[in-house]
Write a protein that binds this ligand. Structure first.
Ligand code: ADP
Ligand code: MG
Length: 220
């Protein structure tokens, strides 16, 4: 479903070039549950941004469902992200002034689709917050906020969910709940790629991709 071939990504920092990714070959099949691990600065977030078409590689080829991505223009990338990809971040990124309902529905605004209240309620129920749709984020715990973010990532019916340290700000009980949710999405056929520092969770993925210095140093 996603193929990366010889992917490199460098950033200019002053006069220096930082090689965040230094030659990545990777295939991700539809429906996989993958953990990405590695030390800070290894290139994990950069890789996730490229998988999510948020950023283009400096070098190399990328295909998403057979379509060549690395030569796409911004409007094609926007459409691809909107139709196929859901993102979850360590910091949740909920909008404080909006209710749980409106936070979940937010991506629909960008797709110019109307929110079907029944669908939003069902998503809230899927993440165990069916009775909290009128709450504001400040009335929720961190674990609950991340569950709202999971529901929001699902609102456009994505093929793939990309999560950057989704349990990084959570205690072990809430980490377990978020991982359980991601695993249930995988069981429904959604592809899940999760960056994590939690080895115990990583080992429970189908495949662990370990990055170091912008390269894949092991894939089990
Ligand atoms: P990780 O998520 O594994 O900690 P990142 O992908 O965030 O690693 O970063 C990999 C390397 O690329 C790091 O050296 C980082 O400082 C650098 N980097 C990441 N994003 C940028 C950017 N926008 N501009 C400059 N350097 C960046
Ligand atoms: Mg990172």
């Amino acid at each position: 479903m996603i193929q990366l071939k010889g992917i490199e990504k460098s950033y200019r920092r002053g006069v220096e070039n930082v090689h965040a990714l230094a030659g990545i070959d990777l295939e991700i099949a539809a429906g996989e549950l993958i953990a990405v691990v590695g030390p800070s600065g290894a290139g994990k977030t950069t890789l996730l941004h490229i998988l999510g078409c948020l950023d283009l590689p400096t070098k190399g080829q990328m295909h998403f469902d057979g379509a060549r991505v690395d030569t796409m223009g911004e409007s094609q990338l926007v459409a691809l992200r909107r139709e196929k990809i859901g993102f979850i971040f360590q910091q949740f990124y909920l909008i404080p002034g909006l209710s749980v309902f409106d936070n979940i529905a937010l991506p629909l605004l960008f797709s110019r689709k109307k929110a079907d209240p029944a669908v939003i309620r069902e998503l809230a129920a899927t993440v165990g917050l069916g009775d909290r749709i009128n709450h504001s984020p400040s009335q929720l715990s961190g674990g609950e906020m991340q569950r709202v973010a999971v529901a929001r990532a699902l609102v456009n019916n994505p093929e793939i969910i990309l999560a950057d340290e989704p349990t990084g700000n959570l205690d072990s009980e809430n980490s377990e709940k978020i991982f359980g949710l991601l695993r249930s999405l995988h069981e429904r056929g959604i592809t899940v790629v999760m960056i994590t520092h939690n080895d115990e969770l990583a080992q429970r993925a189908q495949r662990v991709i370990r990055l170091r210095d912008g390269k894949i140093c092991s894939r089990q």
